[in-house]
Design a protein around this ligand. Structure first.
Ligand code: GLN
Length: 303
């Protein structure tokens, strides 16, 4: 299979007719990005990597950080987390407050903001500094020691993240946050503001397609844990569009409002795509279109 040719074609098709959508502007700083950049990278389990378009430009990983904090928490804490977070698709926007009250402070899943705050809280308790642990993990797994937080984006989100603050105080009222809210929020905003490229992300996510094996051959997670993590990604990783993603793409995916999507082809490769224009549910329009084309043309699907 000529993977390089396939992704070159997908980038060319995207550039000829870029999908519609609006760049996220609720976090000051994200809206200044050139909206028509588009990149894709594929990291094969066999070691080759392929990339096309703006695949080496750094972008804000935002909610894609949630898959890595969950992986680290599962690695350090086993199944303990699942007493505090469910594993059901929410069917509501990623920053919704409504369900959390109806369900007594137990977030529907670890990939909506309330669930991710609980995961970050747990990681903070275990490591003492969840964001530095996460950054070290990403640097190691992507073999890129320069990965870091975009401080301007982190500060902007700290200044404007009132909804996340509401979620955090609400969780505390149900005793489902242990650490002080400002500390959890700071760690959460900083993890979202990490900047990475498609190439970094596809490489860093490799353990998800290699049955839990990290870049150095050592296990990040057990094969059983990674199978379960991929199941939660498939059902919950793209918010209230998870059903449509499963239908169109058929892979475990995690998206972020910075316009990135990480997709896992278990046993084969990890894919990262990036295009800043977002669709209704906050997923990259160009990213979804590219993944739908790539999976149709390669037959990569878990179904
Ligand atoms: N930092 C963003 C927020 O909390 C992440 C959301 C996302 O990428 N979907 O709102």
């Amino acid at each position: 299979m000529n993977i390089q040719g396939l992704i070159d074609d997908i980038v060319a098709e995207n550039n000829m007719a870029p999908p519609a959508g609006a760049v996220a502007d609720y976090i000051p700083g994200l809206e200044t990005i050139d909206p028509d950049q588009f990149g894709i990278a594929v990291a094969m389990n066999s070691g080759e990597t392929y990339s096309a378009g703006h695949s080496s430009i750094n972008f804000s990983i935002q909610s894609i950080s949630k898959v890595f904090t969950l992986a680290l928490t599962m690695a350090l804490d086993g199944d303990g987390l699942w007493r505090r977070v469910s594993r059901e698709p929410s069917g509501t926007p990623f920053n919704s407050l409504v369900q959390l009250e109806q369900e007594h402070g137990i977030p529907r899943n670890p990939f909506i903001n309330s669930g991710a705050l609980v995961v970050t809280d747990r990681l903070l308790t275990i490591t003492g500094d969840s964001q530095t642990s996460l950054q070290a993990f990403l640097r190691q797994q992507s073999a890129n020691p320069s990965i870091q937080v975009n401080e301007a984006i982190a500060a902007a989100e700290r200044a404007t993240g009132h909804r996340n603050a509401s979620l955090a105080y609400f969780l505390t009222s149900y005793n489902n946050l242990v650490n002080p809210v400002p500390q959890v929020l700071n760690a959460y905003f900083r993890q979202c503001a990490i900047a990475m490229s498609c190439e970094d992300l596809a490489t860093a996510g490799g353990f998800l397609s290699r049955g839990g094996q990290g870049v150095d051959g050592l296990p990040v997670l057990t094969a059983d844990q990674v199978r379960r993590l991929n199941a939660v990604l498939l059902t919950c990783g793209t918010y209230d569009a998870a059903g449509d993603f499963a239908y169109r793409v058929g892979l475990p995916c995690k998206s972020g409002v910075g316009g990135g999507i990480l997709a896992v082809v278990p046993g084969t490769c990890t894919i990262a795509v990036w295009g800043p224009r977002l669709g209704r549910s906050g997923n990259s329009s160009a990213g979804v279109a590219a993944l739908a084309k790539l999976t149709a043309r390669t037959g990569w699907s878990i179904f």
